[in-house]
Design a protein around this ligand. Structure first.
Ligand SMILES: Cc1cc2nc3c(=O)[nH]c(=O)nc-3n(C[C@H](O)[C@H](O)[C@H](O)COP(=O)(O)OP(=O)(O)OC[C@H]3O[C@@H](n4cnc5c(N)ncnc54)[C@H](O)[C@@H]3O)c2cc1C
Length: 477
């Protein structure tokens, strides 16, 4: 607890984007006053165009609304159960988009703005917080997003003693481990090195012949790339990590002497043949369900990434938990810097929400805002709130942010990178389904579908129990 006990003392929320707006709603609905600080239109970001709260800066999609088979659809369902303002306004401003939830962006933002403006416990202040929040703000949520203004980002960087907070962010794709063909790939660390915290067999290796390598390099070089936006040109690359296609353009051998070097590894499926090049994947979460492709940060368009990366032997059927990408981003090294309640260990009065915490996407940002709001309201009312179960979408996303990610085993750039919600973040089922309701055996893809459905059903049942056990107790207090 942070020593915030006066119920009339407001929660200060900095940034009224997806996360800050949802957080403000949750705090105010719990009966605690809020001051919501938003710098637009006094100062704009590089991507926002309006002064509306919860402006969608790019696509108008909240992605799949299928709560049974899709992890983000499940997150929608959980947020609706917690009376999310963002979901209520999205539902009310839906436009046709098949199984996805897409919204009329202006109608959506106007609805969020009106709900917050009309709330008797919310005061909206249009001003930039150009440094650390004043010391007498004792319960603060910072939700200033990937385009956090420079003075605040600099102040947080100094406070956290990190050497970078905002960078040109090149992210590598992440693959679901159970979609990797282990009859082609194998586990081994280079030279079987154990390293700190390793086992000597920490990487999954995918071998390439010369023909496969040459074809792969050619496909990288010719693949369609996303363009730099004008405002992105001033931001440095994160730790100098270059996109893989940029390395490939420097010469056909560059990758073979860089991330794809074939040394220190023996293919147990074919021990006498030396691979010409090797792609390595590194475990990305504690559960061991997700692996990132080492050194494969990329600016290729998503379609090109799927096509080119599925040409890697062993990854023909790869399912991607996240594709690579490149844009300016501001986010904390949360597993190190935040506690389980999203508070900065270095200054417990500051709680973080939204994309700054290392989640990725509109829905994920809003969901972390929702949880930060519940925690801040509980603090203001001097009540304890247990985290949502790890089996829920909310719990698994928070778990990833505040502790589920593992640091790289070897030296290298900071490895924690923003992540969308996906089924790889959930704890595995104790007994995965093997049979259909009629008693016949599940085959092939049916097993994957049944597994997702069982994870979703478990999540909603566990969330309902948590709501009864924790939140209703608070409501009654
Ligand atoms: C260019 C770009 C495109 C993106 N496209 C998508 C997409 O298509 N789909 C998707 O799901 N996700 C997308 N994202 C990722 C992300 O989900 C969104 O950025 C999302 O809006 C993050 O929510 P947030 O609440 O954390 O931040 P934001 O929604 O950006 O809200 C932060 C708010 O804080 C304000 N602010 C910043 N600094 C200060 C300050 N010092 N004082 C006061 N106010 C401040 C800003 O004006 C803003 O209103 C994109 C990100 C970027 C950068």
């Amino acid at each position: 607890m942070t020593g915030i006990k006066s119920p009339s003392e407001p929660v200060h929320i900095v940034g009224a984007g997806l996360a800050g707006s949802e957080a403000a709603w949750q705090v105010a609905q719990a009966g605690v006053p809020v001051v919501l600080h938003e710098m637009r239109p006094v100062r704009m970001t590089e991507a926002h165009r309006t002064e509306g709260l919860a402006e969608l800066v790019c696509s108008n999609s909240f992605r799949s609304d299928d709560a049974t088979n899709n992890a983000v659809g499940l997150l929608h369902a959980e947020m609706r159960r917690l009376s999310s303002l963002i979901m209520r306004c999205a539902d009310a401003n839906q436009v046709p988009a098949g199984g996805a939830l897409a919204v009329d962006r202006d109608g959506f933002s106007a609805a969020v703005t009106k709900a917050l403006q009309d709330h008797p416990l919310i005061d909206i202040s249009r001003a930039e917080i150009a440094g650390l929040p004043p010391a007498d703000w004792r319960n603060v949520i910072v939700a200033t997003g990937p385009l956090t203004s420079a003075p605040l980002a600099d102040a947080i960087r100094k406070l956290t003693d990190e050497n970078a907070l905002a960078f040109f962010d090149a992210i590598a794709p992440i693959v679901h481990k159970d979609s990797i063909d282990m009859s082609v790939a194998w586990f081994q660390s280079r030279y079987d090195k154990v390293g700190p915290g390793g086992t000597g067999a920490d990487y999954i290796n995918c071998p390439m012949t010369k023909e496969q390598y040459d074809g792969f390099v050619a496909a990288l070089v010719s693949g369609e790339k996303t363009d730099f936006k004008e405002w992105e040109t001033n931001t440095p690359y994160f730790d100098g990590c270059l996109p893989i296609e940029v390395m490939a353009e420097r010469g056909p051998e560059t990758l073979r002497h860089g991330p794809m070097k074939p040394v220190g590894l023996t293919n147990p499926h074919d021990p006498t043949v030396k691979a010409y090049a090797i792609v390595q994947l590194r475990q990305d979460n504690n559960l061991g369900t997700l692996y990132n492709i080492v050194g494969f940060q990329t600016k290729l368009k998503h379609g090109a990434q799927q096509r080119v990366f599925r040409s890697i032997p062993g990854l023909e059927n790869a399912e991607f938990a996240r594709l690579g990408g490149l844009h300016r981003n501001t986010f904390l090294n949360s597993p190190k810097l935040l506690d389980v309640q999203l508070r900065l260990r270095a200054d417990l009065r500051l709680r973080f929400a939204g994309q700054m915490t290392g989640c990725e996407g509109y829905v994920e940002s809003a969901s972390v805002g929702l949880m930060a709001g519940l925690y801040a309201a509980a603090d203001a009312r001097a009540m304890a709130l247990t985290p949502p179960p790890a089996t829920t979408a909310l719990g698994s996303l928070l778990g990833h942010i505040t502790g589920g990610h593992i640091e790289t085993i070897d030296a290298g750039p900071r490895s924690f990178q923003p992540m969308n919600i996906n089924f790889g973040l959930f704890p595995p089922l104790a007994s995965p389904p093997t049979k259909k309701p009629d008693g016949t055996r599940l085959r092939g893809n049916e097993k994957t579908v049944a597994k997702k459905q069982a994870i979703s059903a478990r999540a909603l049942a566990d969330l309902d129990r948590w709501i009864v056990d924790s939140l209703r107790v608070q409501a009654a207090a």
